[in-house]
Design a protein around this ligand. Structure first.
Ligand SMILES: CC(C)(COP(=O)(O)OP(=O)(O)OC[C@H]1O[C@@H](n2cnc3c(N)ncnc32)[C@H](O)[C@@H]1OP(=O)(O)O)[C@@H](O)C(=O)NCCC(=O)NCCS
Length: 237
């Protein structure tokens, strides 16, 4: 069983906080009856990625409310009548629980992005498919006040390392509306492969929008890994 999944109570998580390659991952655990859920914390040079919990509500709400107009134009329209997690703590708690369930099932891995302990945004692996596909999708957003600092490309490299080296996925994909130049710039900085445009691909803010599709495979990761880590993750010499 992979160490970020539930492990039987009392079973130590392998390699946690040990030396060598996995020292970047600190973990904290939540006890459930019968087993321990171990969560990874993933670190870049400046960013820390960890799953959100209900205690993050105030920080999440503050950012989401303040950056609302900037964010919603790039996001699916909320389902009418559903409580808004940005204003309703129970809805936020339910959102955290849904992410926890995805993590337990191995279908998704959502992370809050933190910089100097300040909540800065989110980055998620979703729709993990195994079998011959070994594919997942990545989505991200950042606090408007913290945009332009390359936190998202850094978080992406940290997430890609987790996806390719721990989850052992083969492909990560990012889909971006053609006019979202800030997000396309992120893809460009990361040298993601542009694979074409899917027409009317996703519903964003109530409209079926075309999306440019970008990808990185484990072969690309292996070829560029050292450069990525030197540029985005390892301490600067
Ligand atoms: C796309 C997004 C996540 C990029 O995050 P980021 O951490 O700011 O990424 P970067 O710092 O690498 O900036 C990327 C580009 O955004 C642009 N940018 C910088 N500051 C900006 C700001 N305050 N407002 C808008 N765009 C800005 C610049 O063109 C920058 O490229 P540069 O570094 O070569 O100048 C962020 O703009 C965002 O959250 N946008 C709204 C939600 C969204 O679009 N999510 C992605 C959907 S696919």
């Amino acid at each position: 069983m992979a160490w970020w999944h539930g492990s039987p109570k009392g079973t130590p998580g392998p390699e946690l906080c040990s030396g060598g390659k996995r020292v970047r991952r600190v973990a904290f655990a939540i006890m459930f009856p019968g087993h321990t859920m171990v969560y990874p914390e993933l670190r870049g040079r400046r960013v820390l990625l960890r799953p959100l919990s209900t205690s993050d509500f105030d920080a999440w709400r503050e950012v989401r409310v303040r950056s609302r107009d900037w964010l919603v134009k790039w996001e699916p329209r909320p389902v009418p009548g559903q409580p808004d997690p940005a204003t309703d703590k129970r809805a936020f708690a339910a959102r955290c629980s849904a992410r926890l369930r995805e993590r337990e099932l191995g279908t998704g891995y959502g992370f809050g992005v933190f910089v100097d302990e300040r909540f800065a945004g989110e980055i998620n692996i979703s729709s993990v498919q195994r079998g011959p596909f070994q594919n997942a999708y990545v989505g991200y957003w950042v606090d408007q006040a913290m945009a332009g600092n390359s936190y998202t490309p850094e978080a992406f490299v940290v997430l890609a390392r987790f996806a390719f080296e721990d989850l052992m996925l083969h492909r990560l994909q990012v889909s971006i509306i053609p006019r979202n130049s800030a997000s396309r710039r992120v893809a460009e900085k990361l040298e993601l492969r542009q694979e074409g445009t899917a027409l009317r691909y996703l519903e964003i803010n109530g409209v079926w929008e075309d999306h440019v599709r970008y990808a990185i495979t484990s072969e690309d990761w292996a070829a560029k890994r050292d450069r990525y880590l030197a540029q985005w993750v390892l301490p600067q010499s």
